[in-house]
Design a protein. Structure first.
Length: 151
């Protein structure tokens, strides 16, 4: 994808709306994973409304990055890396009514963002689905269940 095509793609309301909505879905999955890890079932709502509602998306990603999972849980570092990519892309789209040539140059030179947009929607959907799967593996991991049972 060349820079002109990228600009047209990112200025599309349909594409921007889809990405913003999809990232909201990923954040919801992250919220669910954090809630399941740190609380018992009967405190899900309280934890979400009292604690997680006060965290930024970046703070939630930072918590995930610091959590302890078994070494075999490769989903954790991969989810952190991917969530940061999606957060960066979402922020660009959510906070810009217009993408200047300078911003477009910056986005075009960002290998992480271009990796998920290079063959939109193919590469984007592949990374989005992979991240949903990573979060699901973490949500239903043995550690999450054990932590829940201890509460």
């Amino acid at each position: 994808m060349n820079k002109k095509e990228l600009g047209k793609l990112l200025m599309s309301d349909e594409v921007a709306g889809r990405i913003i909505r999809d990232v909201a879905e990923l954040e919801w999955g992250l919220d669910l994973m954090l809630t399941r890890y740190f609380t018992a079932q009967e405190r899900f709502t309280e934890f979400s409304e009292i604690i997680l509602a006060r965290f930024s998306f970046q703070q939630k990603i930072d918590v995930l990055n610091k959590m302890t999972f078994p070494a075999r849980m490769k989903s954790q570092p991969n989810a952190v890396k991917s969530l940061n990519k999606f957060k960066k892309l979402r922020n660009i789209l959510a906070h810009s009514a217009y993408i200047s040539d300078e911003e477009l140059d910056s986005i075009y030179s960002d290998n992480e963002i271009m990796a998920i947009l290079s063959d939109y929607p193919g590469t984007y959907l592949k990374e989005f689905r992979a991240n949903k799967n990573r979060l699901n593996r973490l949500i239903y991991s043995r550690i999450s269940r054990m932590n829940k049972d201890k509460s």
